[in-house]
Design a protein around this ligand. Sequence first.
Ligand code: HEC
Ligand code: HEC
Length: 159
Amino acid sequence: MREDNRRFAFAVALAAALVTVSTALAAELTGLRGTVPIDQEAAPPPIANEVNDDKRQARNYPEQPPVIPHQIRDYPITLNANKCLSCHSRQFTAQSQAPMISVTHFMDRDGQILASVTARRYFCTQCHVSQADAPPLGENTFRDIDAIIGAERAGEGTQ
Ligand code: HEC
Ligand code: HEC
């Protein structure tokens, strides 16, 4: 009998502890939906404007696909049409004054340069994104290599 009581007390304590932990976690893990309960629909924030200032952004590291400095709404990229290439392909850049897709965009997987864009780089928005005129959703502490080297030279170290 006493053994049963002890087990019961243990079960109650465990349940209480679990409830406390899960409430604490739920409070912390609000996520992007905010504090709206899971069974209710949050009012969506208005869609931010696309940055369309035509100013090419610096890349954060040399291999970064540059971000798109113009709007791309309703630019189709389908089997039959690729609106991006109507300005960025080799033969149209004189007319459009857009930067040409670089030579890597013509290379197949064996490094062979093809006559036009390789299938591996046909779907531009797989790598290139336009920017939203909105505050960032998360904190970002990224520093580029020049900032790190500069800090090292100034004796701060790499941390
Ligand atoms: C009407 C012509 C036109 C179309 C269509 C177009 N672009 Fe552009 N794009 C430009 C021009 C011109 C620039 C140079 C900066 C500027 O004037 O906006 C540019 C800049 C860029 C850049 C920046 C390059 C750099 O070095 O910083 C990227 C990336 C880019 N475009 C990707 C795209 C993608 C992806 C699409 C299709 C979704 C697209 N563009 C469609 C004309 C165009
Ligand atoms: C698999 C990823 C990927 C895809 C898909 C892709 N790009 Fe790129 N793009 C890059 C990277 C990475 C760079 C920078 C390094 C380089 O040139 O390869 C770049 C560079 C560029 C540049 C700048 C070129 C320069 O010399 O300044 C333009 C413009 C561009 N891409 C347009 C496009 C367009 C238009 C498409 C679709 C037809 C496209 N890209 C598809 C990854 C991609």
